[in-house]
Every structure is written in structure tokens, then in C-alpha cells.
Design a protein around this ligand. Structure first.
Ligand SMILES: *[C@@H]1O[C@H](CO)[C@@H](O)[C@H](O)[C@H]1NC(C)=O
Ligand SMILES: *[C@@H]1O[C@H](CO)[C@@H](O)[C@H](O)[C@H]1NC(C)=O
Ligand SMILES: *[C@@H]1O[C@H](CO)[C@@H](O)[C@H](O)[C@H]1NC(C)=O
Length: 450
């Protein structure tokens, strides 16, 4: 059984490699998989799950928490965020218009076809660098080709995607970094990785299985941080073929899991290693927000009050309004549902480019931005700053990341800046750096107008 599936796997790989990205038939869209996997004892002396996907080496501990009710912002923070606890909010998004509309690729093509998206092409087991492609071209071929979308969500699409209640107010609403669209067809498997920010990942279509590994077991997977204080990390191991002879500790590493179906949202804490498998026509979106030790939800209405109000209005409606009025009211309510366009993210995606939402920054705006990127840490390393800087600045005639970082430091050439130091940098010094970004932004928008 194992042997046979390994052979067919090898044949499959050869086929993909020979035929490159083009496959002449629609990829397998089935979403029926046993998960967690059933482990068959090996009696051959070969350790369980050798050269099999992650999860076959040892039985799962348990599923992660799974709840039907969405918490208040305060409860969300206390129960899950501060406890570093992944959780699956089942059915958090059912009955939304987008769950019907986006089921139809023709709708997506008609509505968003002319938007340039960032598409990743898979070649065998490797990935090409992301490339720009019109959404309609992607939609025409993604059922056949080995490519998928992982992109900051274009502004035009945000109005259709809901913002969960617990991000609608409180500190996290003010710490939103960006929101990403994921779209693929057929089986797709990620590396074991973690994100620098907290992630709320919501599935609209298809199925996603996730495996979670506690941070204390990083070593089992030769997991490494992307750069000092990045917060994000990854393992280079092939998650579809674990070599148990080489990575013995995986056989004894406990893991938890969850399965996401349409309407479910999973919270993945910042820095928490996880591995994702997508099946079928898969569409999902992730909302990233920055960790903080100081949480304030004083701008949130108390849930009790809100409920009472709702009940009162609902009774009013049924007593006095005609059915037609009720439908109109429902439509109106729908329009008022908070969606992703109602809040501000650090990054947006317009004209096929990911860019800072804030076009022109003052010195203090840059300070706020850098403090968000510091997450809940007490410092920002030079590498963190450099990573951010190079995402925006790629013009060799402008100051280097090192020169820009030095503008913020009292002592030049230091490797990091602390939270207190950053809070005390004079606005004028910050403005010198902000104006480098502002110039690039101005050039960018001139270019757009051509
Ligand atoms: C999409 O990107 C291509 C390549 O950069 C560009 O030539 C084209 O004008 C863009 N189209 C739209 C509608 O933005
Ligand atoms: C209920 O109706 C009142 C008055 O029309 C309005 O001010 C209030 O915001 C409504 N509450 C909810 C929860 O819709
Ligand atoms: C999203 O929010 C905007 C701004 O409040 C609103 O105009 C729009 O109707 C909403 N979109 C949907 C699809 O509900």
C-alpha cells in the first residue's frame, strides 16, 4: 500500500516535471481526505511515516480549540491571543453574499478580471518568483496549471469581504497590517512556517487542513527565523516526504490540527509554526494584525447593550414592517456589515502593486508604523528595518537602508533600536527617512498617471 503510493507519487512528480506547468486536464478537485491520517504500523523495520507527508510519523495529540460563537474583542484577546492559542471559529462567515457570488468564476472574471494579481507558479517541487498576471487570465487556466494566488487583496475586492466582529474595534483594529487573498485548485501543500503577525485565516471555498507544532519543537524540523527578530520562520523540509532517518525527532514530536471548511476562520498566533494543505477549488483570505502587550477595547460597545438593541429593533421590524420592507431592511443591513474596506491596513494593493496605504508620511506617522512593526517586542533589529525598507525602495540613487537606519540612531552603526529610543527620536530626524518614502510614492503615482 505504502509502496504503491510512493511509486505513483514518483511517477506523478516525473510527469509534472516533464510537462512543466501545463497539464492538459483539470486537476483533482476532490476534498475528501482522511485527516488526521490513519497510521499503519510498519513491520519492515522502516520507521512509521518514512517518506510520507507530515502527520504519518506519529498520531495527532488532539484538534485545536473549535468554537461556534465568535468572541468579543476582549474575550478574543484574553482567551486566545494572550494564551498563544490557535482556534477554529466554525461557521464564522456563513450566509454572506460573498459565499455565493465568488462560487462562480464568471462573476469574478466579470467583476475583477482586469485587475493585475500576484501569481506564484509551481514547477515540480519548486516555486518561481511571483509574477503579475491579469485575474481573468489566471481564472482561465488555474484549474489546469500549477499556479496559485497569494497576494495582498486589491482594494476593489475588499468591499465584499467581511471583517470579523472581534477586529471591528479595540486595539487590533488599530494594528491591522494587511489582508491577503489565497486561491488555488487541486492539492497544494505549504512548508512548515510561521508569520511575524497574528493571522486570522478565513476559508470561503474548498478545504484546508492545518497541522500545528509548538515552538519548543522547532529543532525537530531545523526550523529557522528568517532574519534576527523577524518573528517569522520556516523549515526547508519537504512536508510531503518526511525523511525520518534524517529527522528522527519528528517521530516523537506532538502535533495538533484542524480542518477548515467554507465559512470557518482559524486564528494562528504570531510565530506559531503550522503547515497547510489545500484541496479542491480553494479561496480564502487572511487578515494580519500586529501583536501588542497593551490591549484596550474601550471603543467597543458592550456586547450586552448591543444585543439588547438588536433585539429591540428586530421586534420593531416584525411588528410594523411589511415583508417587502423587511427584505429591503436586510439588504440595507448587508451593506452596513463591516467589511475590509472600512478599516485601515498598513499595506494595500492597487494597480498590481503592493504599497503603503499612507501615501505621504510625517515623521510621527513613520514612528507609528515602525512601532507597529516592532510587534510586542522591545526592539527592532537593523535586519527588520532593512527588510521593510527594501520592500519600498529599490532605487540605487536613494540612501541605503543602513544610511536611513543611521538617521534614526543616536550612535551610528548600531544593530538595533529599542522601543524607548524609537519613541524618543525627534520628529525631524524621522521626517528625513519618511521623505525618502514620500519621494518614492510621488514618483510611483506620477508613473500611474502616464
Ligand atoms: C498589468 O500588468 C502588466 C505588466 O506589468 C501591464 O503591462 C498592464 O498595463 C497592467 N494592466 C492593468 C490593467 O493594470
Ligand atoms: C436600533 O434602532 C435605533 C433607532 O432606529 C438605532 O439608533 C440603533 O443603532 C439600532 N440598533 C441596532 C443594533 O441596529
Ligand atoms: C462595504 O463597506 C462600504 C463602506 O461602508 C459600503 O459602502 C459597502 O456597501 C460595503 N460593501 C458590501 C458589499 O456590503
Amino acid at each position: 500500500m505504502h509502496f504503491f503510493s510512493e511509486i505513483s507519487f514518483v511517477i506523478f512528480i516525473c510527469f509534472v516535471t516533464i510537462s512543466r506547468a501545463k497539464i492538459g486536464f483539470v486537476k483533482d478537485q476532490s476534498v475528501d481526505r482522511p485527516f488526521p491520517p490513519i497510521i499503519e504500523k510498519s513491520y519492515t523495520g522502516i520507521p512509521d511515516g518514512h517518506l510520507r507527508p507530515l502527520g504519518y510519523q506519529r498520531r495527532a495529540e488532539k484538534p485545536i480549540a473549535s468554537v461556534q460563537q465568535q468572541p468579543s474583542p476582549h474575550e478574543f484577546n484574553i482567551k486566545y491571543v494572550l494564551n498563544n492559542k490557535p482556534v477554529n471559529f466554525k461557521g464564522a462567515m456563513l450566509d454572506l453574499p460573498v459565499m455565493e457570488l465568488w462560487d462562480d468564476d464568471q462573476y469574478l472574471k466579470d467583476t475583477y478580471g482586469m485587475i493585475n494579481m500576484t501569481v506564484i507558479v509551481r514547477r515540480g517541487r519548486a516555486f518561481d518568483p511571483p509574477k503579475k498576471m491579469l485575474f481573468k487570465k489566471y481564472l482561465r487556466d488555474y484549474m489546469y496549471d500549477d499556479w496559485f494566488i497569494s497576494s495582498t487583496i486589491p482594494q476593489e475586492m475588499m468591499i465584499e469581504l467581511p471583517l470579523p466582529p472581534f477586529l471591528q474595534c479595540g486595539s487590533y483594529k488599530r494594528r491591522l497590517i494587511e489582508t491577503e487573498l489565497w486561491m488555488s485548485s487541486g492539492d497544494l501543500s505549504s512548508k512548515l512556517h510561521s508569520h511575524e503577525y497574528h493571522d486570522l485565516h478565513c476559508v470561503l471555498f474548498g478545504r484546508k487542513d492545518m497541522i500545528f507544532i509548538d515552538n519548543q519543537y522547532q529543532k525537530s524540523f531545523a526550523f529557522h527565523e528568517k532574519f534576527p527578530n523577524a518573528g517569522a520562520g520556516e523549515s526547508d523540509l519537504d512536508m510531503d516526504m518526511i525523511n525520518v532517518f534524517k529527522y528522527k525527532a519528528i517521530s516523537t514530536t506532538p502535533w495538533t490540527y484542524t480542518t477548515l471548511r467554507p465559512g470557518d476562520c482559524v486564528f494562528i498566533p504570531s510565530g506559531y509554526p503550522h503547515q497547510v494543505r489545500s484541496y479542491g477549488r480553494s479561496v480564502s483570505f487572511a487578515t494580519l494584525f500586529s501583536p501588542t502587550k497593551v490591549f484596550d477595547s474601550s471603543d467597543c460597545q458592550s456586547p450586552d447593550l448591543a444585543d439588547k438593541d438588536k433585539d429591540k429593533n428586530a421586534t420593531d421590524d416584525s411588528d410594523t414592517k411589511s415583508p417587502k420592507d423587511k427584505i429591503e431592511a436586510a439588504k440595507e443591513k448587508e451593506k452596513k456589515l463591516p467589511n475590509l474596506s472600512n478599516v485601515k491596513f498598513v499595506w494595500t494593493y492597487t494597480g498590481g502593486e503592493r504599497r503603503l496605504t499612507m501615501g505621504t508620511m510625517k515623521g510621527d506617522d513613520l514612528r507609528d508604523l515602525l512601532l507597529l512593526m516592532m510587534r510586542d517586542q522591545d526592539k527592532m533589529t537593523y535586519e527588520q528595518f532593512e527588510h521593510f525598507y527594501l520592500e519600498i525602495i529599490d532605487d540605487p540613487s536613494l540612501p541605503t537602508a543602513r544610511e536611513a537606519f543611521d538617521l534614526l540612531l543616536v550612535k551610528k552603526k548600531k544593530k538595533e533600536i529599542t522601543r524607548t529610543q524609537l519613541e524618543e527620536v525627534p520628529s525631524t530626524a524621522l521626517y528625513k527617512v519618511a521623505s525618502i518614502f514620500n519621494d518614492v510614492h510621488k514618483k510611483g503615482s506620477r508613473h500611474d498617471e502616464l
